[in-house]
Ligand binder design. Structure first.
Ligand SMILES: [Zn+2]
Ligand SMILES: [Zn+2]
Length: 433
């Protein structure tokens, strides 16, 4: 037996990431430092979260609006029969934490409507967004927010044994909206009746699929995520497509639409210490400070609107809503007498509804100035546009909500604080096929 020991040679089997570190271009530190948002905790989201946890990704944020149902259990590795009825995002976050190989890894979750209730500031804090969605509307919303905030995103889709992964890296087109047909745009509005009210009975569409397809696409999506985070060229601006019945495999370049209206990014974003719980009045006074009384500033809702009053569809009498249309159901557009079947009063002459998108201390009714920004339809940590009479538009982030929305996000420099995206190398142009 030798008297000498080799000092500093760690046992390779004590490092959980030893085998992947042996890949020449691998950057484990980039994965440990990465912040990745997983949109959707269904079949694909389950696979992707499992993959990210095993790969050693340091921070994950999972968003979903739905609850676990029995029909999910055949495709969702993170859910158990006892989870039926619980919130998907919450259960997925718990189980992902259990699977994390890196003991310092963190997972936050969001239960709610991704289209309307997830603030742009969440996107600003992510290095990468993974779309594990089953509907067209949310994909468009995610695409827009990723472009606004300059966040790369990888979208996945499945149908039967066919799977696809699309990689988008703003500001480099194409984006997800570039290839949208008019039918797809129409499908994106399926959840709404006319007047932008929500349909109460809405068939979300149940796609024919199976766990093996979700596992395949989740693996492809995580693979492109790893390449992007480690600075290895992913299939940017392309679709990776695999058809399991015939073993067709293709990498298809995506078309750029020069007319596409989604290639818009925020100019400078100014963080303010207020949250969406602040009243409209408090917000306008705060951001209007440089214009003294705040009377020179106008909050402009670019991506949503607010409905003060709306004429009953039957009699035309005004109904007071004071809510954004996405919080109003289609069947609420009848006044109480009309709903109860009583003969409606004749509508007053010239009644028009009030759909609002501009708010100022001078012109907005006091009852609305006392509403919180959240009641106005602005989600926590969102970025809102304000026009200053003196020097035009400024974009403010409701940064006061950060601890509420992202409770475990470590205090490391993020892109939102001016730091570079963690571990992200230079991104190459669209893949040549
Ligand atoms: Zn586009
Ligand atoms: Zn009526």
């Amino acid at each position: 037996m030798s008297r000498f020991q080799i000092v500093g040679e760690a046992d390779p089997d004590s490092d959980p990431f030893d085998r992947q570190r042996r890949i020449e271009w691998w950057k484990q530190d980039a994965l440990t430092g990465a912040r990745v948002m997983v949109m959707g905790a269904g079949a694909i989201g389950n696979e992707v979260l499992k993959n990210l946890a095993l790969l050693g990704v340091g921070y994950m944020f999972v968003a979903d609006f739905d609850e676990v149902s029995r029909s999910n259990l055949s495709r969702t590795v993170l859910f158990r029969a006892g989870d039926v009825g619980r919130r998907k995002a919450e259960v997925a976050a718990e189980r992902t934490r259990d699977l994390c190989v890196d003991p310092g890894a963190q997972v936050d979750w969001f239960h709610g409507d991704i289209v309307w209730d997830l603030g742009a500031g969440v996107f600003r804090r992510m290095d990468l967004v993974l779309g594990c969605l089953d509907n067209v509307e949310t994909r468009y919303a995610v695409n827009r927010l990723c472009w606004l905030t300059g966040t790369p995103w990888i979208d996945a889709g499945i149908f039967e044994l066919g799977v696809r992964v699309n990689v988008y890296v703003p500001p480099l087109p194409p984006c997800h909206s570039c290839g949208a047909s008019s039918e797809q745009r129409k499908a994106g509005r399926q959840r709404y009746a006319c007047d932008a009210f929500k349909r109460r009975a809405y068939d979300a569409g149940r796609v024919a699929t199976v766990q093996v397809a979700a596992a395949l696409v989740g693996a492809l999506q995580a693979q492109e995520a790893v390449k992007l985070l480690c600075g290895k060229k992913p299939a940017v601006g392309a679709q990776v497509y695999y058809q399991g019945t015939l073993h067709d495999f293709e990498v298809i370049p995506l078309q750029v639409n020069p007319e596409c209206d989604a290639h818009v990014s925020f100019p400078e974003v100014i963080p303010v210490p207020l949250g969406s719980g602040a009243t409209l009045r408090e917000f306008l006074v705060y951001v209007g400070h440089s214009d003294r009384s705040g009377e020179g500033v106008v909050l402009e809702l670019d991506d949503r609107s607010f409905l003060a009053d709306f004429p009953c569809r039957n009699c035309g009498n005004l109904i007071r809503f004071d809510r954004p249309p996405f919080r109003i159901f289609d069947d609420e557009a009848l006044c109480a007498p009309c709903r109860s079947g009583r003969p409606p009063a004749p509508p007053p002459e010239g009644v028009v509804g009030a759909k609002l998108g501009r708010f100022s201390l001078k012109e907005t009714p006091p009852r609305l100035l006392d509403l919180s920004l959240e009641a106005l339809g602005i989600p926590p940590l969102h970025v809102v546009a304000v026009r200053h009479r003196r020097d035009g538009h400024h974009y403010y982030e409701l940064s006061g909500d950060e601890a509420r929305v992202l409770p475990t996000l470590a205090r490391r420099p993020s892109r939102a604080e001016g730091g570079p995206p963690s571990g992200q190398g230079p991104i190459a142009g669209p893949t040549e096929v």
